[in-house]
Ligand binder design. Structure first.
Ligand code: TRP
Length: 334
């Protein structure tokens, strides 16, 4: 491919995509696909740490692909693939495991959190999760990785492993990948119950999924947290009210949002009316994505084609890297 900067990001295959993912991640992927050389993959190997049912795995992967493409990711422009289709990733993972120390892996906050949350399943895959993630990234020699705050520590470890490999083998094979920060205009979506980010919320009734039908969206929005309304003009908005305006900003006509903002500032806003309007506009926003995703998910041939072509692109890049790594390590016997 061309000289564009190389970008890698992994998409979890567990859970349904929601508005937090859409505005926090997917929309940014869609913007990046124009100017970067993007490798986006479904992190199915990573998901094995929690032992998903075999019969669910394929549907999860298909759904993630369908939802991302329906949201605007273009498989012609990016390599969209399943991690498990690239055998060079586990090969590099094995090599990097020899450079990763138990001590540093045990210290990782996400690992410690998992140990606390699921003490019955503290497997080695969980411990070496950051090593696999580093392999995902380094296999394409990526320089930019669009991830959220919760992944920054993992990325720092990827830089450490890259640096360690380079130093040990006297090479500059791996660039040190940096977090890619989107413009500050990335929209942050809160849970509708006002409890933190939508992506962190466990409350399905306060989370709008891209697969929710119109009525479900209406119900969820009508139940969103509000209060008695502002008591003085131009009062600062509580988080949960600001969030409703954020949602309106992305789905309603600008005049509509402006009208409700003025009403807020004049203390005569009726949240019931605002939510009704927002519910309709949000339903209309999600509808085409949901319908396109559902249609695509049923079209197994189309999904397979996307995954196959994505894997071909990703393998071409991976094969070069792994050949170089093997040679540097001394694995070149023939
Ligand atoms: N760990 C990431 C998450 O939980 C997913 C992921 C796996 C990833 N491999 C990656 C992200 C490589 C960026 C690059 O969201």
């Amino acid at each position: 491919m061309s000289k564009k900067e190389i970008v890698v990001s992994g998409i979890r295959s567990t859970g349904y995509l929601h508005l937090g993912n859409y505005f926090g991640a997917i929309q940014n992927y869609v913007r990046m696909q124009e100017e970067h050389n993007c490798y986006f993959f479904v992190a199915d190997y990573h998901s094995l740490t929690t032992h998903p049912k075999p019969e669910d795995l394929k549907q999860n992967v298909y759904r993630v692909v369908a939802e991302n493409v329906a949201s605007g990711l273009d498989p012609e422009k990016v390599a969209l693939y399943a991690q498990s289709d690239i055998p060079e990733i586990p090969e590099l993972y094995l090599m990097l495991n020899m450079l990763a120390y138990m001590g540093e892996l045990e210290k990782v906050p996400t690992f410690k959190e998992k140990v606390r949350m699921q003490p019955d399943n503290v497997n080695a895959g969980l411990l070496t999760y950051p090593v696999l993630m580093a392999a995902d990234i380094l296999i394409h020699k990526a320089v930019k990785v669009p991830v959220g705050k919760d992944q920054e520590q993992h990325l720092e470890m990827a830089r450490n492993f890259a640096h360690r490999f380079n130093t040990r083998y006297g090479t500059d094979l791996f660039p040190e990948p940096q977090v890619y920060r989107f413009n500050n205009d990335t929209v942050k979506i809160m849970s509708l119950d006002g409890n933190g980010k939508m992506s962190k919320s466990e409350n399905v009734n306060a989370t709008i999924y891209l697969s929710d039908d119109d009525d479900t969206i209406r119900k969820k929005i009508m139940k969103a947290k509000t209060d008695q309304g502002p008591t003085e003009p131009n009062m600062e908005m509580p988080d949960y009210i600001r969030n409703l305006f954020v949602l309106m900003d992305v789905s309603s006509a600008p005049e509509t949002t402006a009208t409700f903002k003025a009403a807020y500032n004049n203390c005569n806003i009726r949240y019931g009316d605002m939510k009704k309007q927002l519910a309709e506009d949000m339903a209309a926003f999600v509808r085409p994505i949901r319908e396109r995703a559902a249609e695509l998910q049923k079209d197994e041939a189309a999904i397979k084609k996307i995954l196959k072509e994505g894997a071909e692109k990703a393998r071409a890049s991976s094969a070069t890297t792994i050949a170089e790594a093997r040679k540097l390590i001394g694995i070149n016997y023939y």
